[in-house]
Design a protein around this ligand. Sequence first.
Ligand code: 13P
Ligand code: SF4
Length: 324
Amino acid sequence: MFTTALVQPDAIQTPAFPLDLFEAIAALKQELNAVILAHYYQEPDIQDIADYIGDSLGLSRQAASTDADTIVFAGVHFMAETAKILNPDLLVLLPDLNAGCSLADSCPPEAFAAFKAAHPDHLVVSYINCSAAIKAMSDIICTSSNAVKIVSQIPEDRPIIFAPDRNLGRYVMEQTGREMVLWEGSCMVHETFSEKKIVQLQIEHPEAEIIAHPECEPPVRRHASYIGSTTALLKYASSSASEAFIVATEPGIIHQMEKQTPGKQFIPAPPTNNCACNECPHMRLNTLEKLYLAMKHRTPEITMAEDIRVAALRPIQRMLEMSA
Ligand code: 13P
Ligand code: SF4
């Protein structure tokens, strides 16, 4: 029997968004005197509308030097939180407050306080991918682009706790020759890459160079001809003579790689399972629509207790001084 689909009247809704979101966001930017800071793992549209796209260090530097009244942070919670720690008087918006980080979550403050208490003479170096509460318990913050530089500046006789990423910690130990006590945290995205599938891909693309983020596990890193932060990987891909790359980090970065060097080929490193688990589910919670709504309604806003903010600011400032 032939049936026709009925269109229910309540399914016909007035569009919630302006036709041209790019234009509407540009107008709100003027109204709020806002700057849009975006990480490379954001969807391409967000990267294209941002005033600045960068890695965690670049984004922190931008946040530290902005003269805007509002920071719209297209990234994850710890990144927006860092911007707020640096700018307590500014409105800091995060399009989706649920955009967390598995690595930051792998280091709960109470457990870390006990870990720190068990190593009372140790200096605490924490990767920026952690909560404000962990930053407040740290002596120096680092990012993937300055971790080696920072640890190298610490006197040899000073024992170090490195938290929360065990993979970056191991990489820094290899690079500096320093022993460190590692917190056993990790990133769900960078631990998803399959060494076996990467090796198979390299056999299919012998001309391709493997490049990796230091959050990857040692068996994946071992195959990489270059290891670096997202900004470092981007710079390397454009300066290297190679025409093809297997990229072992979140594939959002490939948008900028293709924009910078249109003729080259960028192949995302495959995850172990047949899934899109190499895409960061937290980063991808932000959308252009949510960014527009956050600016329109001036929420969700990042807030935190002032005592935590003040304590977390000191190790971030130390990082900025030590990596100037
Ligand atoms: P970058 O410091 O390279 O931007 O890395 C941030 C991050 O979250 C990687 O997973
Ligand atoms: Fe956190 Fe990993 Fe996502 Fe980076 S890629 S934000 S470390 S979960």
